[in-house]
Write a protein that binds this ligand. Structure first.
Ligand SMILES: [Zn+2]
Length: 177
């Protein structure tokens, strides 16, 4: 009799745990894979930040929206090349940041765009919605900026600023978040 009771209680306890796990997973469903380039770019990010971006892409997928990462970590060479664009190199100016002055150099920023039928939607009526989805996950959205409004841009410097990270870079010579 006692043993039977023990089984019943164990069964109930396991049921409750399974229910809890199920609820937790359904609340925080994060997909592992996206398109090939997004997967590759995600690997270049700080792991904690990467998880938040995966969460954002997953939330979008759940409502039938495909978001792709088009830029993530940029090293000094890449950042300076981008800075030269529209100044000493052809093209239009896309950034005011030299190496060390962009959150992309610290692995905590991405540029994201919605794709439909394999095409990026730059003029997208969903920008505000995408921005709000990111903000709900604690991300800072470049669409709120006033200097250069940067709708594809999301970052999370975890309480730090690019200025403080840059001072650290100047001191150590190492780009580290
Ligand atoms: Zn950006």
């Amino acid at each position: 009799m006692e043993i039977k009771k023990k089984y019943v209680y164990t069964g109930i306890a396991l049921g409750i745990v399974a229910l809890g796990v199920g609820l937790y997973l359904s609340r925080k469903k994060i997909y592992e894979h996206f398109d090939y380039k997004t997967d590759l770019l995600l690997l270049s990010l700080d792991p904690v930040f990467r998880k938040k971006i995966k969460h954002l892409l997953s939330k979008a997928r759940d409502i039938g929206m495909e978001l792709r990462v088009i830029s993530a970590y940029r090293d000094c060479a890449e950042q300076n090349k981008l800075y030269a664009q529209g100044r000493t190199a052809p093209g239009k100016i896309v950034t005011n940041a030299k190496c060390g002055k962009s959150s992309h150099n610290y692995k905590k920023a991405v540029d994201i765009v919605e794709f439909k039928n394999g095409q990026p939607l730059w003029n997208n009526p969903n920008w505000e919605k995408i921005g709000q989805m990111g903000e709900a996950l604690g991300l800072e959205w470049g669409g709120r900026w006033t200097s250069i409004k940067d709708k594809p841009h999301f970052q999370d410097l975890a309480g730090k600023t690019v200025a403080s990270l840059y001072r650290e870079y100047e001191r150590t010579g190492i780009l580290a978040a």
